[in-house]
Write a protein of this length. Structure first.
Length: 597
């Protein structure tokens, strides 16, 4: 026999265990049942020594029925196992499901349609709020910084042999038949504001040579202009007098103007504030939707399909009233929003802005009860397996709007459709995505009372990640035959070419290139390049370098300092045809004659 407490082998007839001292007759009180092991930890039916056959008891081998699980005699510890163990097992199972199938599967499966709708739409709202806030910051707010900013830009025109031949054909009528000098021409310039001083420069280029340059500067008293190609002297103009005559602003004190522009810029909210407010009020409005049906559907765009969960809701007049009241009520008490509006009210001429805002909120709240939809709005949201909204459909009356962006492996499809009574347009495309960039073919189709028109074009290296940051990067290729048919312009000369548009727009830079292509040969191209950065300190010329112009006589004094020979030499260096140089010399002589006259 064995001790039921410690498993020690005992001699028959012993009353107490020689190892642990326990009374051997207390086996029943310890919780062992028929067939249960003496040690309590061996597998069902095994002996404490680990060697008895299945079903053998600790008492020495009698076969008996094993009771499992031993719920009846587990005692206080058994109760705790039941109390805490089973919930723990449930939690483990839930975690296991999430680990295997993902959190989205769990939420999609176990959340109510309404809760899952809120979850999906809020995720989409967060992404879109960030995109809109980025666009606000780069395309609007930073453009309002007039007091500490530099804009450096250039425009370049390139003409291939074919384009120059066409120009020569037209130019021969004017007696000019040499346009080799026009292979490349450009204009570059810079404008900067720093410490309330303006500065700027510009240069006209033929090829790589600068043929004409300009420098400019202005402080709060005067503006200065220099044409170094013609003269080292600056023309000076009294700026306050000029502004008093031409500028709409009442004060001639430029310090007031600068202060106003600075205050205007700082009044606009920061990007993160805009993102926060957009997300807050969008999700606040969406939270009023409380009736959603869940279903399954396959979303398609061209040949690309993706299985989706659909979330459908009908927005009625009652819902719109609730949305409007909820949003307006929050706007009225939103301290962050009110602070932004109060900052605007500090600007000259906008003192009543905040009060008018509050009055407007009260008026709209009073009129919420008058809201009435002509037609209910049906909204269907399409959600992929990752919980991402990849499409939606909005329908009200006879008008519909549909967006779909399914993806299957590397294949990606697009479908944007807008239908209204009497007209509709649809943009469809499909292609492949690799490394966050898409190459795809698109077709734009328009149906109106007057018929159907379509335009086919291609996109290459379209950067999806850049769009999420509020930027645009990629290339569009438009066959001009397609453009000509779409616009019904009947321009036979250009139908053989393709127009290639390359763009890289985002942050503090803007670069765009438009090229006219014949197969792979560039016929003509225009490139625009702009960069922005903090302001640079401008230099105001000394009095000895300035001729202040107050009348025609003063301008004539400046003309006396002009050296046209240096300018003509630059034109000759740039290989400008002699006929054009002669025209320019005649024009300068005529201007000098008029000044003397």
């Amino acid at each position: 026999m064995f001790c039921v407490h410690c498993g020690q082998e005992m001699t028959e007839g012993e009353l107490f265990c020689t190892n642990c001292g326990s009374k051997l007759g207390e086996a029943a009180a310890g919780g062992a049942t028929t067939g249960e092991t003496a040690a309590g930890g061996a597998a069902a039916g095994e002996t404490a020594a680990g060697g008895a056959a299945t079903g053998e008891t600790a008492a020495g081998g009698a076969m008996g029925r094993i009771a499992w699980p031993p719920f009846k005699n587990m005692g206080k510890w058994g109760g705790k196992v039941l109390t805490f163990g089973l919930p723990a097992v449930a939690i483990v199972l839930v975690v296991g499901v999430i680990a295997v199938y993902g959190a989205e599967f769990f939420m999609r499966t176990f959340m109510s349609p309404e809760k899952y709708f809120q979850h999906v739409v809020k995720k989409s709202a967060q992404r879109n709020a960030e995109i809109l806030a980025n666009n606000y910051d780069t395309l609007f707010k930073e453009k309002m910084n007039f007091v500490d900013r530099t804009v450096d830009g250039s425009v370049e025109v390139r003409l291939g042999d074919e384009a120059r031949n066409m120009i020569e054909l037209a130019g021969s009528m004017a007696g000019i038949d040499d346009f080799d000098w026009l292979k490349q021409a450009g204009l570059k310039g810079k404008v900067s504001v720093k410490d309330r001083v303006f500065s700027g420069s510009a240069a006209l280029q033929l090829g790589k040579d600068e043929v004409l340059t300009l420098n400019a500067a202005a402080d709060q008293q005067k503006a200065y202009l220099q044409v170094p190609t013609l003269s080292k002297k600056y023309i000076g103009v009294d700026l306050e007098t000029l502004l008093a005559e031409t500028y709409y602003y009442n004060s001639t004190d430029l310090d007031v103007l600068f202060s106003y522009l600075d205050a205007l810029y700082t009044s606009f909210p920061e990007k993160q504030q805009v993102k926060k407010l957009l997300y807050k009020y969008f999700t606040l409005a969406i939270s009023c939707i409380d009736e959603v049906e869940k279903g399954k559907e396959t979303l398609d765009a061209g040949d690309v399909t993706e299985k989706c969960t659909t979330l459908e809701t009908v927005i009625r007049t009652k819902t719109v009233k609730n949305m409007t009241k909820t949003v307006l009520t929050e706007m009225k008490k939103d301290e962050e929003l009110k602070k932004i509006l109060k900052d605007f009210s500090k600007l000259e001429g906008m003192e009543n802005f905040y009060d008018e805002y509050m009055d407007g909120i009260d008026m709209m709240l009073d009129e919420v009860g008058d809201i009435e939809l002509y037609e209910n709005i049906t909204l269907i949201v399409y959600v992929n397996g990752k919980g991402e909204m990849i499409g939606f459909r909005i329908k009200t009356g006879d008008s519909k709007f549909y967006y779909a962006n399914p993806q299957k492996g590397s294949k990606v499809g697009y479908d944007v459709t807008c239908e209204m009574p009497g007209q509709s347009w649809r943009l469809k495309g499909q292609g492949k995505e690799s490394g966050g960039k898409v190459d795809a073919d698109f077709t734009l189709r328009m149906d109106t009372y007057y018929g159907t028109k379509s335009l086919a074009f291609r996109g290459e290296d379209l950067d999806i990640n850049a769009v999420k940051k509020g930027e645009l990067k990629g290339t569009l290729i438009l066959p001009l035959k397609e453009v000509d048919d779409f616009l019904e312009s009947d321009n036979r000369m250009l139908r053989r070419y393709d127009l290639t548009l390359k763009f890289d727009i985002g942050g503090s830079s803007f670069k765009a290139d438009a090229s006219l292509m014949d197969a792979k040969e560039e016929v003509a191209a225009v490139t625009l390049n702009i960069k922005e950065k903090a302001g640079e300190k401008g230099k105001i010329p000394g009095k000895q370098d300035v001729i202040v112009v107050e009348n025609v006589s003063d301008f004539a004094d400046w003309m006396d300092t002009v050296n046209t020979d240096a300018f003509i030499n630059r034109l000759e260096k740039a290989n400008l045809p002699i006929d054009i140089i002669n025209y320019i010399e005649e024009a300068i002589s005529y201007a000098e004659y008029m000044m003397l006259w």
